[in-house]
Design a protein. Structure first.
Length: 296
């Protein structure tokens, strides 16, 4: 039975799904900036420093007393229509504390501003900036939630295909991995997930990709060649419509020889870790993900 505090995440998605559509994308961005951010408690003991990264806004998330040499490069979610370094700073703060590492969370353009691959190009530029600061690949963990997973895995593919040394691992929260919506849980979890219907996710995919093929491997990681990826940790909610994407991706990664840990949290919905500091399920997940990052 989910805790009463964890129901705030479901209520959030119910409210978002019930909002009438707006012709102005800024309305959605502003609404989620206010309401999504409120799900997470302040982690405490964390400093935030805004920085310009190759022309991109970013935020250093620095828990007190951590190893400054290790960095979690974090790509936030939001379906490429919302989310920012501000909506996610507190959750990333909780994760950075659990991992004993500082983190860098960065902004990227929304889909109404630029289509794919602009967001991936931004991610690669941020990674290059980290390298220019002297942070080597063996001191970087790449992480992301939801749409951020596309950018995290796309970055790793780009580095691998160029023969470069890879970061130490990939940590994913409720990843969005399949632009074709092929998972059966779009049907079996439809009544449990108030937000991410097949039609809604299909629209998000079209909005992000424009004319790009939905099986483009760097935009749709489920259809990518996964050989050579670093260790992978995936956390996903058991009531998500996107659940099958994580299962299928984990199976394909294992078949390609990638070390994979997949944990399904019963009765949880998309990105429930955003309730860190308020709901025990979120705190448990953050603790486990932080421990995995420490080990890698």
């Amino acid at each position: 039975m989910p805790s009463s505090k964890s129901q705030a995440n479901k209520h959030h998605y119910e409210v978002v799904a019930a909002r009438p559509p707006s012709a102005d994308p800024r309305d959605t961005i502003d609404f989620l900036d206010e309401h999504w951010t409120a799900l997470t408690a302040e982690p405490g003991g964390v400093d935030y420093l805004e920085v310009d990264v190759a022309g991109t806004r970013a935020l250093w998330v620095v828990p007190h007393g951590v190893d400054d040499g290790r960095v979690i490069l974090y790509a936030h979610g939001g379906g490429f229509i919302s989310g920012s370094m501000y909506t996610h700073r507190k959750m990333v703060g909780h994760l950075a504390k659990a991992a004993g590492s500082r983190a860098l969370v960065y902004d990227y353009a929304f889909a109404h501003e630029y289509k794919y691959p602009h967001q991936l190009d931004t991610t690669i530029a941020v990674y290059r900036w980290l390298a220019a600061q002297g942070v080597t690949a063996d001191r970087i963990m790449v992480a992301g939630d939801s749409a951020g997973a596309i950018l995290a895995i796309g970055l790793i593919q780009a580095l691998r295909d160029r023969g470069e040394r890879l970061p130490t691992g990939i940590a994913l929260i409720s990843p969005w991995l399949d632009m074709t919506q092929s998972g059966e849980t779009f049907q079996t979890n439809a009544a449990k997930d108030p937000m991410f219907s097949r039609d809604a996710v299909s629209w998000l995919a079209s909005n992000f990709l424009g004319s790009v093929d939905r099986r483009d491997p760097r935009a749709s990681p489920l259809h990518a060649e996964l050989t050579g990826l670093p260790p992978l940790c995936i956390q996903v909610g058991g009531d998500e419509t996107l659940l099958d994407e994580s299962r299928m991706f984990a199976a394909r990664a294992k078949a390609a020889g990638v070390p994979v840990e997949l944990e399904v949290f019963p009765e949880m919905l998309h990105s429930f870790q955003m309730m860190a500091g308020r709901a025990p399920e979120a705190d448990d997940a953050i603790r486990k993900l932080g421990a995995w990052i420490r080990r890698h």
